[in-house]
Design a protein around this ligand. Structure first.
Ligand SMILES: [Fe+2]
Length: 468
């Protein structure tokens, strides 16, 4: 089964030109927002089905890794969140199965403990999801996203967009579970196109000029709490890699003894590397012919021009030091991705405000791998950097912290409880991220030891006075 996911049309938005631009959208009408929300909910459910219908009951109930839930937990969890937020909170209805909320509360049960819970069977989980969906769509049909008195959950159909993003994020988590499971391949998709002409001749790095830019958003109707509010950040000029670090470049780090030299490693990273026995990115294997990698059940020669994937933050940080560079901060990444020096505006996407198309970025699980470095010239940022959105999540040097003026919405457990130095921010989204959950303001976060996520990185360096 091909897991092609169609390109989506995210909400029409204003753009953030400066701080305090206020909220609101130029989204045309209640009917179009409802239609968009319905389309995104249905798109997410088709993807969930594609990721779960390809496995039998045993494959859905097994725990393929202690890091992940059994897929059947995700299947019912997305339905339970929809039951809670759309049927009960938005719709004011009794809900379908409030009695099982505790089983699917991610905070109550760590992933490793979930297989032992009295979970719904795959069939029960699918029925539950379908019953909830019918009611959620009734709530949507009866809502008025344009009503200024509708309240923040319903205004701009926010809560429907939030739940569509939530299901797509779990679909990405389920994709990571597929990558960890052993056995015959069950996912199929065409390879991305080869790198375009001239990709190999791109400059190694691009200069992002110094000065202020608008970080975060007030105007994107489905942006989540941690992306808000828009605020001005002043940055000195810096250089950023034009494309993400490739497998070929990363192999040089390995060949140069990078994993054996503590000079390049954060002290906690070195200790973790030693303890975990890390010698190469996860899913890499070596035989007499060289490096191979396993991807969704297939083992193949390592594609040299593909962005490196499945490295933890400590590995990314060590590579950058070895290369005489550093990881970009989160603010640098966002400025490189959004800021248009010609107008001073921050765009929604690197290429502008138009929705992502297949020429802009590798998103939505159209492919099951990153595209070669230098792909998608039409998706380049004003700085000239390519592939900032899609392909691989990019580790940044930044801890996950609130923006000035942050307000938790609609619940503290979405972001606030994760703020602090334990988590590092990732930006940009990978090939398995849905367009509805991808924009230049979107913030992802994870522990610096995590490798099963679809993460790579690019490097940066300060610009000297003469550069800028
Ligand atoms: Fe969740």
């Amino acid at each position: 089964m091909t897991l092609h996911q169609e390109t989506t049309h995210p909400p029409t938005t204003g753009t953030d030109t400066d701080t305090g631009t206020g909220t609101g959208t130029d989204a045309s009408s209640a009917a179009s927002l409802r239609e968009l929300a319905r389309a995104e909910l249905e798109r997410a459910r088709r993807r969930t089905a594609a990721l779960t219908d390809c496995l039998d009951e045993a494959g859905l109930t097994a725990q393929h890794s202690p890091l992940m839930s059994p897929l059947v937990w995700d299947l019912a969890h997305v339905a339970n969140q929809e039951d809670f937020w759309l049927v009960r909170q938005a719709g004011g209805r009794p809900g379908v199965r409030p009695d099982i909320d505790h089983l699917y509360d991610a905070f109550r049960h760590p992933r490793a403990d979930r297989p032992a819970l009295p979970l719904l069977t795959p069939g029960q989980a699918r029925d539950y999801g379908a019953r909830v969906r019918d009611l959620a769509l009734e709530v949507l049909e009866n809502s008025d996203p344009d009503d200024p008195g509708a309240g923040p959950l319903l205004r701009d159909a926010f809560v429907f967009g939030m739940i569509a993003q939530h299901e797509q994020q779990h679909d990405e988590t389920m994709l990571a579970t597929h990558q960890l499971r052993t056995g015959e391949p069950v996912l199929h998709a065409p390879a991305p196109p080869p790198a375009p002409a001239g990709a190999a001749a791109l400059p190694r790095e691009v200069l992002v000029p110094g000065g202020p830019f608008t970080m975060g958003t007030d105007t994107d109707p489905w942006a989540l709490d941690n992306e808000r509010p828009a605020h001005t950040v002043e940055l000195p000029a810096f250089w950023l890699d034009t494309v993400p670090v490739t497998n070929a470049a990363y192999q040089e780090f390995i060949a140069a003894g990078g994993y054996r030299d503590p000079r390049w490693w954060h002290p906690r990273g070195w200790a973790h590397k030693e303890h975990a026995g890390l010698e190469a990115p996860q899913f890499w294997l070596r035989d007499s012919s060289g490096w191979l990698r396993r991807r969704f059940g297939r083992t193949e020669p390592l594609p040299p021009e593909e962005p490196v994937l499945h490295v933890c933050w400590y590995e990314a940080d060590a590579y950058a030091r070895w290369a005489g560079r550093r990881l970009p901060t989160e603010a640098e990444w966002e400025k490189a991705a959004r800021h248009d020096p010609a107008t001073g505006r921050s765009r929604r996407h690197p290429w502008g405000d138009t929705p992502p198309g297949p020429d802009h970025a590798n998103l939505g699980q159209r492919h099951l791998q990153p595209a070669p470095a230098g792909s998608f010239p039409a998706g380049a940022a004003p700085s000239g950097a390519r592939q900032l959105l899609g392909d691989v999540w990019e580790w940044t040097s930044s801890d996950f912290l609130p923006y000035p003026g942050f307000a938790a919405f609609p619940y503290r457990e979405y972001s606030e409880v994760f703020f602090g130095s334990e988590y590092k921010v990732l930006r940009g989204g990978a090939f398995g991220v849905a367009p509805v959950a991808c924009r230049s303001t979107f913030r992802n976060w994870d522990y610096p030891i995590r490798r099963q996520i679809f993460a790579g990185f690019r490097t940066a360096r300060d610009a000297s006075g003469t550069d800028a």
